[in-house]
Design a binder for this molecule. Structure first.
Ligand code: NAP
Length: 343
């Protein structure tokens, strides 16, 4: 392995940015060289600019770092993690890729571009091959690799071991935590003692992203998987952890026990990536699990928990939205890129 890789975090002060800082503080391969955010934060110490809201202490090494503006010309990094709002991410991320940086992005701006990998390392590691197509198409020395929407990641991980039964139709109802809306996302008076049955743009992402993720890379493009996803997304008064109810129609009509066994047998065969959980899918046999408060930190927040597997096939999935669904997902993507020589 080469020497330590210098990394920048774009949007370092936000809900996902803080998770990046937490995940990278003691990373064996990556070392933070820049924490960047908006003009509101630039020039301030990270401890003053970031309204730290995690259970863990703010890493000492980050606390005294001066936050810098998001500028590809002045940030010295081989890899940047982007936790920027999607509309702003579009120009910024391509600027970094053009300047030779590898961009591991959480934002939605590039996820649907045909030459940009949309990745879950345990699901579609071969899609990293799209980086070569992207560099040819765009003339970039760097590249952009994305991870899916936080709701998509949880249940798509569980669909991968069910592909063997012939996926036909997936129906999902999500109960999504408030941290998924970002630090300033949803006012307390709108969500306390309430459920909001609308999250703008979410259902469209949840219905399309799994088809790219579970599609086949033929060396030049991804042929989308051919099953149907129908989603209804809801915001609930939970701090962290998205819970999802799934109904999955499959050609072979497997029994609940066959589905349970497929989850238990799932071995993505990655090779010791630091952020990879020992078990990407944990099966909970208790009748009232998984639950966000009890299960979101499983596998350091990187495992998804499934339970209530019933005839139909119906089951519940739950995972930590700002770790497995965001920062942890991007870090895992970057680790795979490092291992495969893209960094
Ligand atoms: P957030 O809490 O609102 O944080 C946004 C970050 O971007 C802050 O650091 C903010 O800096 C910075 N920023 C905003 N406008 C900027 C500008 N014009 N120039 C430079 N920096 C700017 O949002 P978040 O929840 O962390 O989400 C970040 C991204 O990740 C979004 O694209 C979101 O869709 C995606 N995502 C979020 C989740 C989740 O669970 N939260 C999951 C998956 C993906 P200041 O503090 O200086 O304003």
């Amino acid at each position: 392995m080469a020497e330590t890789i210098k990394v920048g975090v774009l949007g370092a002060t936000g809900a996902v940015g803080q998770r990046f800082v937490e995940a990278l503080a003691e990373h064996p391969w990556f070392e933070i060289s820049a924490l960047a955010a908006s003009g509101r934060s630039a020039g301030r110490k990270y401890r003053d600019a970031a309204n730290w809201r995690l259970e863990s202490q703010m890493p000492e090494a980050a606390a005294d770092v001066e936050v810098v503006p998001v500028d590809a010309k002045s940030i010295d990094a081989d890899l940047v993690f982007s936790a920027l709002p999607s509309d702003y991410a579009e120009t910024v991320e391509s600027g970094f890729a053009k300047a030779g940086c590898v961009v591991a992005s959480n934002a939605g701006a590039f996820r649907t571009e045909p030459d940009v990998p949309l990745m879950i390392p345990e699901v579609n590691p071969e899609h990293l091959g799209l980086i070569d197509v992207q560099r040819d198409n765009r003339g970039w020395d760097g590249c952009i690799v994305t991870n899916p929407n936080c709701t998509t990641i949880m249940f798509t991980l569980t669909l991968k071991p069910l592909m063997q039964f012939g996926l036909e139709k997936v129906t999902i109802a999500s109960m999504q935590a408030i941290s998924g809306a970002g630090y300033d996302g949803i006012p307390s008076m709108a969500i306390l003692e309430n459920v909001v049955p609308y999250i703008g743009g979410e259902e469209e992402k949840v219905e399309s992203e799994p088809l790219k993720l579970l599609g086949e890379f033929d060396g030049s493009e991804v042929i989308p998987a051919e099953f149907n996803v129908s989603a209804s997304c809801h915001r609930v008064p939970v701090m962290d952890g998205h819970l999802e109810a799934l109904w999955v129609g499959m050609r072979d009509d497997p029994t609940p026990e066959q589905v349970r066994q497929a989850f238990l047998d799932f071995d993505p065969g990655l090779s010791e990536l630091p952020t990879e959980p020992e078990h990407p899918i944990i099966v909970r046999d208790e009748p009232d699990r998984p639950q966000p408060r009890l299960d979101r930190n499983a596998g350091n927040g990187m495992s998804v928990s499934v339970g209530r597997i019933r005839e139909g096939i119906r089951y519940i999935v739950m995972g930590h939205n700002t770790i497995r669904g965001a920062a942890g997902a991007s870090v895992l993507n970057a680790e795979l890129m490092y291992k495969k020589g893209y960094l």
